[in-house]
Design a protein around this ligand. Sequence first.
Ligand SMILES: NC(=O)c1ccc[n+]([C@@H]2O[C@H](COP(=O)([O-])OP(=O)(O)OC[C@H]3O[C@@H](n4cnc5c(N)ncnc54)[C@H](OP(=O)(O)O)[C@@H]3O)[C@@H](O)[C@H]2O)c1
Length: 288
Amino acid sequence: MKKLLFQLDTDPLPSAFDTVVAYDGGADRVIPYGNVAPDNVEAIVDGAIFTRSPKKKKNTAIFIGGSELAAGERLLDVVQKRFFADFRVSVMLDSNGSNTTAAAAVALLCRAKSVADKRVVVLAGTGPVGQRAALYLTREGARVLLTSRSLARAEQACELLATRYGADVTPTQVSDEQSMRAGLDGAEIVFAAGAAGVQLLSETQWQQHSTIEMLADVNATPPLGIEGIDMMDKGAERHNKLTFGAIGLGTLKLRLHRTCVAKLFTDQNQLFDAETIYAVAKSLLEEA
Ligand SMILES: NC(=O)c1ccc[n+]([C@@H]2O[C@H](COP(=O)([O-])OP(=O)(O)OC[C@H]3O[C@@H](n4cnc5c(N)ncnc54)[C@H](OP(=O)(O)O)[C@@H]3O)[C@@H](O)[C@H]2O)c1
């Protein structure tokens, strides 16, 4: 029986990245749908849950992606509500690679050094990856600040994290050199989560910084989010600080993404969401 993965994307064009990784994770056939929303998803879910016998349902699974994290979370809620009794299949949520990217990055940071009680600044943390990184860092006991060019957007992201996950993250506006200096005051870890090709921090802003111990950047598109680190860095030492670049982190991200897809087909009850994907990231590092 073929392993089918329904790739439900909240954006008009389903992500090619997610399609490729779905095949590499072991799906025999990936069926991408775009513009999936709470008001049109139920027929797809019904098609997935009513077609195969209970023993064979593990060969059907659902993947939720798209660039808007809150939309993906709403879709996950509706999909799960549609399930009942044995009429269910395994599901993974990874809007814009947010769970797998942030989980891999935070797990690698924590393996290098404990982040418990550290002051962590998630720069441009309003996107999917930044919001997830902020969540995982709070779970590890860090004191987390999430920045945006707009205080209102930072507040909205922190409110979402508090409402859904009970996470306590401090919103901060960083929109120029002066507010960046204030935001980084006392920072011990910097996590750059800005959009592709946007430099957030120059080398001079961090090389002499007296409290920063580690920096991570998930942007692999030049210019990098943090000037002066290399995208291949995976705990490199620069200016007496440990640095992590997007490709250095990306190897574990891809392995994690593929592993979770593979696990979807082990039984019909798997759920890979923010918390479970982070647990898998940590277990992959323990095995290594
Ligand atoms: N390494 C990997 O394996 C991997 C996997 C997935 C994604 N990524 C990368 O991870 C990063 C974050 O992804 P994402 O989807 O969360 O990002 P995103 O939503 O595209 O952007 C994150 C934030 O960047 C800020 N931003 C946008 N343009 C800016 C500008 N010109 N100047 C300053 N800030 C700006 C915005 O914050 P405000 O408007 O609130 O200021 C935005 O919310 C991206 O670089 C992406 O390419 C890496």
